[in-house]
Design a protein around this ligand. Structure first.
Ligand code: ARG
Length: 855
């Protein structure tokens, strides 16, 4: 039973219908031969609006036990008969044996030993023949007790409605049970029977709500014999474990059972009222089953004037509920922004999540979260909320149990002494359910969170767009891990930013929360503290995993359904994806989905040398770019040129200046080579770049010729506009390469053969790289072009030691493929073939032919 404080009337979607709830006289129950009195509890006081019931208020409520524990509810309708729901007893189409069940009567709290006198064995369980599953209706069952219940103040039957009985739209009724208090949140000890007031919803009104796509984008068609009760705005409802229990309405001083708790979509969700089995249509069935048993259930007649109510709203004018959380007048003006003031520390930003609760990072309250005692100075804590003239006082601090050691759980909840009235402001932010799937491309914003230093600059810097789950997961997850499919909590949420920071703007020491918008409603999607450098945070801990904890503590935080389901063409893709191999330094060589970033190659760098030429560079670690020495350093020049590096540029392509990262080069490192000039140069950047779709290091190939990979020369068509192009190539075996270019190759040279028609896609003066994509999907750098050649590349593998020693975090993959370095001697090559012909392709053809014939 989920029971919440009444919401302000202004946002209640149903207003009381005058006259519908008045008691009126009932005709006496003369037709009942045994004069079984029904539906009258002992007079007693009840806490309205609360959730614990008073003992004796609902004397017909029973608890059905199986295997020693409560499974379902039920109601006593006659000394030997209990009414419940079929789905409690039918598993996989078969009825469970009656002997497994017992009926516990007259209990209030299920804590402690139950009074044996009020337990009855079940002699028979009866279910209608046409029952085939809750959602197909007829979810009703009768239990015949092995011996009649002893009636008394705590054990009395309820009245049953006749088939003609009408429970009109708007009637206030009560549901009772020991079920969960929220989704997946069991009733806490001492398990006191819960009660909740629910309004009957007419068929059309209910169907109208269920015709709106709700949780999981589902709709539902109600069937005859189903009855809805609840509220469009949700929040009060029955839940798991209440099934079989009664929905009762008072008429003429007697309580009639209008419904049997049957099912719902989640619990207490918006536009998803509880669905009950209507009891009235089962009058004949019940009478038939109990025939001959004395005394049987009582079916008092309804007074005729109660059979007609106000005209029920029809489909066209039905009232659906809109989200009550997450509405902001404009991005940045957050009506849930709460500033927590703790004596002796800077203000801490958090978010209002309900009438009475603030969510904030636990790290805002150091030294106050370790002990079980409340902080001694809690009396002096204050919370500032938007549009509230005075500061609120704090009643309680509830840190997350893992807050002190797990950054992803750096959360605390603060309860206000008095709930605030929710309106335009303050208004709570929406929280995602655990199964929420924030779609790639979602529009998000950064918002202040915790101790945040003001960041100078435009609001547009706070804008973000969510990246795909694969990229985000594989960047931060473990290698080979499968990527959580939509509906499973992600490891992280990765926003992409449209602009990169200008120099001098530092986001250091800032905590941020990530708000994402769906259908104009803002969700608190993620949190993140202390980025390691001056950049905006690149990954957020998803908040959705904490939804259950937050609703458990607050009993009423605004968890809202996913509102955007437009997954786009690729969205429905469900095949499980795994992450490509990582190196000990993390992920490398991941290329984000082209849709989001306009075909960026995240490791492709433009290296601008002395303002006069542009060389190709490849990001090999967060602060290092590899390039071809001959392009960077002109022969004969002795001075180190001024070099700038740009990442995330897509030339004149659709994304001109966005996603850009730029760095200066601080030093150029060359390996020690005897005699010859080394082909590869490492450029040390002025500062690291954090992994993003526009800047991610590539993996490095340790040597040998990659097997089973598809390989490409990545370059620019034109050195002026520098639109990246990739030309498909195959890497020749060492033997072929050696024979083809006999005598002219420096050691450690790779040769490639272009695919038909791809030879002149890339220009060569910028020294393009040779890369391959492994079968697992990651990209590997294999070589860099040798001066003036399209076909020859200086291999990375032979320089592994030097690169690893210079760049601590270089991503060398484990060795694979076959060894490249051939035994010396050209004697394996057929004489003269290689140089005999004009083009390498033709030469290769001849060469292959002779090698084959040689066997
Ligand atoms: N089927 C549930 C049970 O077995 C009852 C669910 C009622 N849910 C609801 N949202 N009204 O206990």
């Amino acid at each position: 039973m989920s029971q919440h404080l009444l919401l302000p009337l202004a946002i209640l979607a149903i207003s009381p219908i005058p006259g519908a709830f008045q008691d009126s006289a009932l005709s006496p129950t003369q037709e009942e031969p045994e004069h079984l009195d029904c539906g009258r509890p002992e007079p007693s006081a009840r806490i309205m609006g609360g959730s614990d019931s008073q003992p004796g208020t609902w004397p017909w409520q029973v608890s059905l036990h199986q295997g020693g524990g409560h499974i379902c509810g039920g109601s006593l309708i006659a000394p030997s008969w209990v009414l419940s729901a079929a789905h409690c007893f039918v598993t996989n189409g078969t009825l469970e044996p009656a002997a497994e069940w017992s009926v516990v009567l007259g209990v209030h709290s299920q804590d402690g030993p139950l009074d044996g006198a009020h337990v009855r064995a079940v002699a028979a369980i009866l279910v209608p023949d046409n029952y085939s599953g809750v959602e197909r209706g007829a979810d009703v069952a009768l239990l015949r007790l092995a011996s009649p219940a002893r009636l008394g103040p705590a054990v009395r039957p309820v009245c049953l409605p006749r088939a003609s009985h009408r429970f009109v739209h708007g009637t206030a009724c009560w549901a009772t049970g020991w079920g969960d208090v929220q989704e997946a949140d069991p009733l806490p000890l001492p398990w006191v029977l819960q009660e909740v007031e629910l309004r009957v919803l007419g068929e059309a009104a209910c169907q109208c709500l269920y015709s709106r796509p709700g949780p999981f984008n589902l709709t539902f068609q109600l069937l005859p014999g189903m009855l809805c009760a609840g509220y469009p705005e949700g929040r009060r409802d029955t839940c798991q474990g209440d099934s079989g229990g009664p929905l009762v309405c008072k008429e003429g001083g007697r309580w009639f059972q209008a419904g049997i708790t049957s099912f719902g979509f989640g619990c207490g969700r918006r536009n998803r009222p509880g669905v009950f089995t209507a009891v009235a249509p089962y009058e004949a069935w019940i009478r038939e089953q109990v025939l001959g048993s004395e005394p049987g259930p009582a079916f008092p007649t309804q007074s005729p004037e109660l059979q007609s109510g106000l005209p029920e709203p029809t489909d066209e004018n039905c009232t659906i509920a809109l989200p009550e959380c997450g509405k902001a007048p404009r991005p940045g003006a957050w009506p849930w922004e709460a500033q927590v003031m703790v004596p002796g520390s800077r203000p801490c930003y958090g978010a209002l999540v309900s009438e009475s609760w603030i969510l904030a990072p636990a790290s805002c309250f150091p030294g106050r979260i370790s002990s079980d005692l409340p902080p001694r100075d809690l009396d002096n804590w204050r919370v500032m909320l938007p549009s509230r003239p005075r500061a609120e006082r704090v009643a309680r601090l509830v840190p997350h149990e893992n807050a002190s050691w797990d950054d992803a759980s750096n959360l605390a909840l603060l309860q206000l002494r008095a709930p605030v009235n929710l309106s335009v402001a303050p208004r709570p932010v929406c929280l995602p359910h655990p199964e929420h799937y924030f779609l790639p491309g979602s529009r998000c914003r950064l918002a202040r969170w915790g101790h945040t230093e003001p960041v100078p600059g435009a609001g547009s810097l706070l804008e973000a767009e969510l990246l795909g789950v694969w990229w985000c997961h594989c960047l931060y997850g473990r290698q080979g891990e499968s990527v959580p499919p939509p509906g499973e909590p992600p490891l992280a949420l990765c926003p992409a930013y449209q602009e990169e920071e200008e120099a001098g703007r530092c986001w250091n020491y800032s905590h941020w929360s990530l708000l994402c918008r769906e259908e104009g409603t803002w969700f608190l999607a993620g949190i993140r503290d202390l980025p390691s450098d001056c950049l905006r945070p690149r990954a957020f801990y998803p908040l959705q995993t904490h939804g259950p904890w937050i609703s458990h503590v607050t009993r009423g935080a605004y968890l809202e359904d996913q509102l955007a389901w437009d997954w786009g063409p690729e969205g429905e893709e469900t095949e499980t994806q795994t992450c490509p191999p990582h190196t000990e330094h993390g992920a490398c060589g991941l290329r984000p989905e082209p849709a989001l970033t306009g075909g960026l190659w995240p490791w492709l760098a433009e290296v601008h040398v002395a303002g006069e030429r542009v060389c190709t560079g490849i990001l090999v670690a967060p602060g290092w770019v590899l390039a071809a020495t001959h392009c960077i350093l002109r022969l004969g020049s002795t001075t180190v040129p001024y070099i700038e590096v740009y990442l995330g540029r897509a030339g004149a392509s659709p994304l001109p200046q966005s996603h850009q990262v730029s760095r200066l080069v601080m030093s150029i490192r060359l390996p020690r080579h005897l005699g010859l000039r080394p082909p590869l140069a490492l450029l040390e950047l002025s500062s690291r770049v954090e992994p993003s779709p526009s800047a991610l290091p590539i993996c490095l190939h340790p040597g040998g010729t990659p097997l089973g990979a598809s390989c490409w020369v990545l370059g620019w068509k034109d050195p002026q506009d520098r639109v990246p192009v990739a030309a498909a190539v195959s890497i020749l075996t060492p033997r072929l390469c050696h024979c083809l270019y006999q005598g002219i190759l420096p050691p450690g040279t790779l040769c490639v053969l272009y695919a038909e028609g791809q030879e002149d896609r890339c220009e060569v003066t910028s020294a393009p790289p040779l890369l391959c994509q492994t079968e697992e999907g990651s990209w590997v750098l294999v070589g860099m072009a040798i001066r003036g050649s399209r076909e020859l590349f200086a291999a990375i593998g032979p320089e592994e030691t030097w690169i690893s020693q210079t760049v601590g975090e270089a991503h060398f993959l484990p060795p694979s493929g076959f060894p490249h370095w051939l035994p010396e001697g050209g004697d394996l090559c057929p004489p003269d073939m290689a140089r005999a012909s004009g083009s390498p392709r033709a030469a290769l053809f001849l060469l292959l032919l002779t090698l084959l014939i040689q066997g």
